[in-house]
Each structure stands twice: as C-alpha cells, then as structure tokens.
Design a protein around this ligand. Structure first.
Ligand SMILES: NC(=O)c1ccc[n+]([C@@H]2O[C@H](COP(=O)([O-])OP(=O)(O)OC[C@H]3O[C@@H](n4cnc5c(N)ncnc54)[C@H](OP(=O)(O)O)[C@@H]3O)[C@@H](O)[C@H]2O)c1
Length: 255
C-alpha cells in the first residue's frame, strides 16, 4: 500500500531507491565501465573533463531553476537553506572545479555519461524541490543533534573526498596516464578513500535532512561506489605485488 502522502517526490525517491541496488549489482557483475575499466561496448568515449563537467552540471542548474522559477517558500527557513547550500556546495566543486583538475583521465563512454547525466538531473530536482517547496522543519531543527551531527559528517566527508581526489591526481605528473599506489590520508587504511568520503558526506546530509529523499540518495551512492571500490581493490592487488595487504576496501579496519 502507498503512503497517504504519496506524490511525485516520493515516486522519484522510490525510483532512486530501486535503481541503487540494481546499479550496484550490475557493477559487481559486469564491472564499473569508466576510468581504468572503460569499455567500447558502452559507446564511444567523450573527453573526460567535458563529460564530468556536463554530466554533473544538472545538480547545479536544476536547483538554480527550482530556486528562481518556483515559489520556493520553504527557503525562508534556515534548515532548508543550509541543507540546499550543502548540496549545491558539493556539486559546485564536482562540476565546476573537479573536472578541470583531472590529470590524464580516461574518456567516459557515452552510455555512462548519459546515465550520470540523467541521475544528476533527477536527483538535483528531487533534493532541491524537496528542500525548496516541501520540507518542513521546526525552528529548533538546527539545534537538533541529528542536524548538527549530520552537518559535521557532511563536512568531514567533503574534506576526505576532496583531499583523497587530490592525492590521486598528484600521483601523475602532467602528461602521465598510468596508475600508482595511493599513499597518505585515509588511503593508508582503505583503497577507495575518495569514495569513503563521498559516502560519509551523503549519510551526513541524510541525517541532517532526516528525509526519504536524503536517505535514498545516500544509499544509491553507497551501492554504486562500494561496487566500484571493490573492483578497484581487486585491481590493485592484481596489478601491484607490493600493494599494502592490510588495506581494506572502503571502511577502515572492517571492509
Ligand atoms: N555520488 C556518486 O554516486 C558518485 C559516483 C561516481 C563518482 N563519484 C565521485 O566522483 C569522483 C571521481 O570518481 P571516479 O570513479 O572517477 O574515481 P577514481 O576511479 O578513484 O578516479 C579518480 C581520478 O583519479 C585518477 N586515478 C585513480 N586512481 C589512480 C591511481 N592509482 N594512480 C593515478 N591516477 C589515479 C583517475 O584517472 P583515470 O580516469 O585515468 O582512471 C581519475 O582521474 C570521486 O570523488 C567520487 O566520489 C560520486
């Protein structure tokens, strides 16, 4: 039975909740087909910088549209403003900074690009429409431990994600395209430190927003990135004899 207030945003949430495990399972079965695993069977490759810039841009442009072209009456409330600022800050970095720092990144197959573009459009709409026109928080929500802890987790995750991507980037000298063993930061404990940061970020956001919309996004990210992290881990162990044996996949000391 559907919840009493089942509307378009709940439908989109269920859609993302449905496709998260499917995306994770597909990647576990056939691999994550971009970067070092890019495959021609997913279509011709687009230049990496251009693909990342365009595919992530909807997470900035769609919120901009929602904020300027809909009533966005809920943005008079501080919790809604802060949560939308959190989402936009991440995607400002991901679409306008990250792509232009990539060193020797591989082309992105067009089907992967399209999947990411569609996901960013749907999720950009879901999060911004929810926060701008639907989410109702009490005046005290910004003092609630869930909001404070969630915002702190998001910030810690963002720092881990950006710093880890910086470590990966600097493994290559300008013009290089090969791979080396990442060292330093959370990479001392896990293979996919950048993905660990991203997952912490979105669980923090989900906690702070205390919403279906937030948790399905965090779970989608977890399914997608943990499958890719597992593939990276196996790949490093096969490629580098001296790969640190105690390093876990994505959760320090555990997994
Ligand atoms: N929210 C989500 O669902 C989601 C989904 C996907 C990605 N992301 C985020 O997007 C960012 C990039 O993701 P990704 O899958 O491309 O990450 P990745 O596979 O770790 O690669 C990141 C960049 O570092 C390079 N690189 C990786 N390992 C390297 C090594 N050992 N030596 C030298 N260079 C190396 C890659 O080059 P190559 O391209 O040449 O391999 C690529 O340019 C991450 O911050 C991730 O968290 C988020």
């Amino acid at each position: 039975m559907l919840p009493a207030e089942f509307g378009p945003l709940e439908a989109l949430s269920f859609l993302i909740g449905f496709f998260g495990p499917i995306s994770g399972a597909l990647q576990l079965a056939v691999g994550s087909p971009y970067g070092r695993y890019a495959s021609a069977s997913f279509g011709p490759g687009l230049p990496g910088k251009l693909a990342w810039f365009v595919q992530e841009l909807p997470c900035l442009l769609v919120p901009l549209y929602v904020v300027t072209c809909t009533p966005a009456q809920r943005l008079s409330l501080w919790p809604n403003r802060i949560l939308l600022a959190i989402f936009i800050t991440h995607y400002f970095q991901r679409s306008l900074i990250f792509p232009f720092l990539i060193r020797g990144g591989k082309p992105v197959p067009i089907l992967v690009f399209l999947a990411a573009f569609i996901f960013c459009t749907v999720n950009g709409y879901l999060q911004s429409q929810y926060l701008s026109n639907y989410a109702v928080y009490s005046d005290n929500w910004i003092k609630d431990p869930r909001f404070i802890t969630g915002c702190a987790m998001w910030l810690i995750g963002l720092v881990i994600n950006i710093y880890s991507d910086h470590i990966l980037r600097n493994l290559r000298k300008p013009g290089e395209t090969g791979y080396k063993i990442p060292r330093g930061g959370l990479f001392e404990y896990v293979t996919a430190a950048n993905f660990s940061g991203e997952i912490i970020e979105w669980f923090g956001y989900a906690l702070a927003s205390w919403s279906l919309e937030g948790i399905v996004f965090a779970l989608f990210t977890t399914f997608t990135l943990s499958a890719r992290a597992k593939q990276h881990h196996r790949w490093y162990l096969e490629k580098f004899e001296d790969y640190p044996k105690l390093r876990k996949i994505i959760i320090p000391f555990l997994y």
